[in-house]
Structures are given as structure tokens and as C-alpha cells.
Design a protein around this ligand. Structure first.
Ligand code: HEM
Length: 375
């Protein structure tokens, strides 16, 4: 008997779907039409619930023998987040950079001590716009067929490099999307970090430096990037990322809050822990973000197609409006990618949306749940 290619692939996928990390290469050659036939018939395995907080969140050695640094191969995905890149290069995440939400939550908790509700919100919001809900896989870098057959457009399933889903302007060590490469390490921008650390931190990156650098980065994008945008969710991540290097990249036994530039380069460029690195002592998230914001408070907004034309956007959430951030993100960002999902796609999205909402509950935000695809 001769199987058609689509049927063969469907069987392969059904078999794989009961395993944790299926190999989807057999589907790579299928056309859009063939995929549309296959995807709705998949034996869907619901994504597992996210893990809770660590039982023991004290500091410990994380650059250990079980997690050696191995430089990525050319086929491995790496992207704009220095933490996820490092976790993949040390084997806390799949070394090929293709990850599931639960895998990321476990890794950022275990190796960096990222607080549970914060980790869950970050991961599910990112996954819902950049990951593949059907296969439960996401690239930490570029779009790739390694995350499996994609749901139909306008969904993009394009990995963390995707501009203006989670990735955005004013990064510390990556250029704005407008300038061509928003995900690879950029030496010129790192030199700005080093320069401002010399000016305000005696050569170390600390909270004072973080505030001055963020002000510099905003003004730099304002004056040079006609497409500069600083609306939610980027508003939140920009300020949070300013303090992440202090909270997570300083060794957990060191309480000084001062990040050495060689260690910083190790994470941002080389994607590696320093030798003997211990994680933060106790779960932590964006502590210190208020100091950075109060130094240079900005209202959400964007340039209007030319430099220095910043216009406030009153519809964007501000930093004190986490529930507007949540509901706008669901109703605008996610809905624009998935206007009318059906079948297992709708089911997968609804489960991940539930996990996202539960993260807001765990964070104590008291938001009203929104159901973009009905209950
Ligand atoms: C302890 C955990 C984490 C740390 C310490 C961390 C750290 C950082 C830092 C410092 C940046 C800014 C890079 C720069 O401006 O040059 C960044 C960017 C980014 N991170 Fe992470 N991150 C963590 C977890 C995550 C998670 C869980 C996700 C999503 C699954 C994520 C997604 C991103 C993305 C999309 C960017 C690009 C944002 C941009 O600058 O445009 N990160 N991360």
C-alpha cells in the first residue's frame, strides 16, 4: 500500500505527539494546504501546567559539572535574551534553542532564581505571540521549522527575535530593529554600557548606572530612530531588563549590587556563566525598577515616522497598570495573530491564556480575566 506524503506525516505527527519533543522534520516539505488538512486532525496533547516556586531558593552553584558551556552550533537558535542564550549554552535549556514554556520556567528558576509568578507571566506572554501553540515549542531566536508545522497566518510563530511582540527598542546590547539587527550582540552598544558604568559606577553596572543608561537609550532612540516605540508591553520589559543584570548576573554570594564588565560581557556576548557562578540568594524579579523609572519617567508613546516626534499613546498601559497591560496584550497582540482560531488551536491558545491569567493572580494583580475566544 502506498501512503500519501500528507498521511504519512500525519501518522508521524500523531506518534510524535505523545512524546515530549517530537521531530517534525518529516513535515518540512508540506504545503500550506497540506498542513491545513493535517493540523486540525492532530491528537492534541494539552500543555502541562507550569511548575510552582522552588522548594529551596537559597543560592547554589549553577555553573556546575552537569551544565558545561558548549558553544552553539550554527544550526542552534540564539536571540536577544542573554539569559536564555546562556541557559541554552549551558544545557539548562535545550541546546538547540527550541524550548517549551515549562522548560523555560524551570530553567530560569533553577539557574537564576527568577520569581515564579514573574517567570510565568513572562514566559506565557512571550510564548503566546512567538511560539507554536500546537507543538508547544518556541525558538529563543529566529523563526525556524524546528518548532513544527505552523498555524495559519496571520500567526507568525517567529521566535523571540520578532519585533514588537516582546522584543523592542532601546535594548542595552542589541540595536533597534530599525537599524537592521535587533538580536545579535552589538559591540557599539556594549561600549555605551561600559562608558556609562565608568562615568557613574566606577566601572561597575549598578542601579545608578542602570537609570542613567536607560535615560541615554531612550534619548538615543528618540533622536535617531523614526520608528522608535515605547508602548506596553515593551515599556514594562525595557525597565525590567535594566535591573535584570544587577539582580541576576551578579553572583548570589555577592550582595554589593555591582556587576563587573567582564562578567556582563560573558552573559551578553559569550552566553556563558562566569566560573563558579552561584545563582541569586532567594527568588527575585524586577526589584529596583522604580529607581530606574523615577530617574527618567516617560509616558508610553512612539515617534511618528520621523526622529524626535514622540507622541504619547493614552491607550497603552503605564507601569502602574498591570491589568491594562494584561488585557491589552490579550485583546490586541494575541488576538491580532489569532483572530478566529478553531479546533485544537483554539484549545491550545485557551489553555495558555489561562496560564497567563493565573500568573497575574499569583502576582496579586487582581485583574479581570478576558476571554478573546469565548469561554
Ligand atoms: C532570569 C531570567 C531572565 C533574565 C536575567 C533576562 C535578561 C534579559 C536582559 C538583560 C535583556 C536585555 C538585553 C539587552 O537589552 O541587550 C533581555 C532581553 C530579552 N529577554 Fe530576557 N531575561 C530573562 C528571562 C527571559 C524570559 C523567561 C523570556 C521569555 C521567555 C525572555 C525574553 C527576552 C526577550 C524577548 C528579550 C528582548 C527584549 C529587547 O531587549 O528587545 N527573557 N533579557
Amino acid at each position: 500500500m502506498i501512503f500519501s506524503r500528507a498521511l504519512f506525516s500525519l501518522l508521524a505527527l500523531q506518534i510524535c505527539a505523545v512524546n515530549a519533543f517530537p521531530a517534525y522534520q518529516s513535515l518540512a516539505g508540506l504545503t500550506r494546504e497540506e498542513l491545513d488538512v493535517v493540523i486540525p486532525t492532530l491528537k492534541f496533547v494539552p500543555p502541562p501546567s507550569p511548575p510552582g516556586p522552588l522548594a529551596d531558593d537559597s543560592t547554589k552553584l549553577v555553573n556546575d559539572a552537569a551544565h558545561p558551556f558548549i558553544a552553539p552550533r550554527s544550526s542552534d537558535q540564539r536571540g536577544p535574551c542573554p539569559a536564555l542564550n546562556t541557559l541554552a549554552s549551558h544545557g539548562y535549556l535545550s541546546r538547540n534553542g527550541i524550548v517549551s514554556p515549562v522548560e523555560v520556567i524551570n530553567a530560569v528558576q533553577e539557574a537564576f532564581n527568577l520569581e515564579n509568578s514573574f517567570a510565568r507571566f513572562l514566559v506565557y506572554s512571550t510564548f503566546l505571540v512567538n511560539g507554536n501553540p500546537i507543538t508547544n515549542l518556541m525558538s529563543i531566536g529566529a523563526k525556524t521549522s524546528d518548532t513544527g508545522p505552523n498555524p495559519p497566518p496571520p500567526a507568525t510563530v517567529a521566535g523571540l527575535n520578532t519585533h514588537n511582540n516582546c522584543e523592542g527598542d532601546t535594548s542595552m546590547t542589541r540595536a533597534d530593529f530599525f537599524f537592521g539587527n535587533n538580536h545579535d550582540f552589538n559591540e557599539t552598544r556594549f561600549q555605551n554600557v561600559a562608558k556609562i558604568s565608568n562615568q557613574f559606577g566606577a566601572g561597575k553596572y549598578n542601579l545608578t548606572v542602570a537609570a542613567k543608561l536607560r535615560e541615554f537609550l531612550f534619548k538615543d532612540s528618540l533622536m535617531n530612530n523614526p520608528t522608535f516605540s515605547m508602548v506596553s508591553p515593551r515599556l514594562f520589559t525595557a525597565f525590567a531588563e535594566s535591573v535584570f543584570p544587577i539582580n541576576f548576573f551578579v553572583d548570589g554570594r555577592d550582595k554589593s549590587g555591582q556587576l563587573d564588565m567582564d562578567v556582563a560581557r560573558g552573559f551578553f556576548q559569550k552566553m556563558t556563566f562566569p566560573p563558579d557562578f552561584h545563582r541569586h540568594d532567594g527568588a527575585i524579579s524586577s526589584e529596583g525598577m522604580d529607581v530606574v523609572f523615577n530617574n527618567f519617567p516617560i509616558v508610553p508613546g512612539a515617534n511618528q515616522g520621523r526622529v524626535n516626534s514622540y507622541k504619547p499613546d493614552p491607550t497603552s498601559a503605564t507601569l502602574s497598570e498591570p491589568c491594562t497591560r494584561y488585557s491589552n496584550f490579550v485583546e490586541r497582540n494575541i488576538k491580532s495573530l489569532y483572530p478566529n482560531p478553531t479546533g485544537v488551536l483554539r484549545e491550545a491558545l485557551s489553555i495558555n491564556l489561562q496560564f497567563l491569567f493565573e500568573a497575574t493572580v499569583a502576582a496579586g494583580d487582581a485583574c479581570t480575566q478576558v476571554f478573546p475566544f469565548g469561554r
